[in-house]
Design a protein around this ligand. Structure first.
Ligand SMILES: [Zn+2]
Length: 72
């Protein structure tokens, strides 16, 4: 099995890890309700996208509650 030929210093280790930090997700303000939403996606709060209602939020919450009830 291959072994490392030279010791990795703490500096080289830290230099490698300098790119590992996580970035926060980018959100945009919903034009209908003002809640934060992912860009190019329907708003999770009101279900609107580009001025049109594309997701029935009430039905979705109902469906999810039913699914949770079925599991437990
Ligand atoms: Zn919205």
């Amino acid at each position: 099995m291959g072994l490392p030929s030279k010791r990795r210093t703490s500096t080289s280790k830290n230099n490698r890890r300098s790119h590992h930090a996580l970035k926060g997700i980018n959100t945009v303000k919903c034009s209908a309700c003002g809640a934060p939403a992912l860009p190019h996606k329907a708003c999770p709060t009101c279900g609107e996208y580009k001025g049109a209602k594309v997701v029935n939020v009430e039905k979705r919450t109902e469906r999810r509650a039913k699914k949770l009830k079925a599991i437990s």
